[in-house]
Write a protein that binds this ligand. Sequence first.
Ligand SMILES: [Zn+2]
Length: 181
Amino acid sequence: MISRNLKQLASDLQWDEAEDSIYGSAQHLPCTIVEQPKSIAVVFYLPHLQEITKETLDSYFTKHASRYKITNLEFSDDFYFIRIKHSLIPLAKDKIMDLLLIASNLIQENQPDSVAYCAACGQPTEPGEFGLYQGFYCALHEHCPSLPDAADSPQAADIQISLDGEDIVPTDNLETENLRQ
Ligand SMILES: [Zn+2]
């Protein structure tokens, strides 16, 4: 369950809600805010993050850590995490909006094209082609998330072609058909 504070923020920003997060675009950058019992994490998807951008973000938010109750900054697997302490009095909605605006400005000043790579396959995406990947909002092709585990559609590797051109039906399918009879 997400707190009332974040629900309100999602509504103000016209973002979507998931079970324990809200997500949407912050000035065209895909962003997720994940709520945990003792912290919230503002997470930007930043593939090919340039060192200068990371340094700029690290330096700004280290300097202003107390204003935003920031406890930790981390870049991991193409995502930049800004962790904020979550206490009885949560960080005001306006301050979170402030933080989103500043962070997205700093990112765009340093690398304007940073979001245009699919989180699943790494290939370029169209502007605004976003989706949830492992719970985070990021650049994502519409067809990509289902590719690795499309259990109910036949995969190329399951179908073998014999030398004389006849299809060899995969054993799994035979068993399934026997069960249906
Ligand atoms: Zn893709």
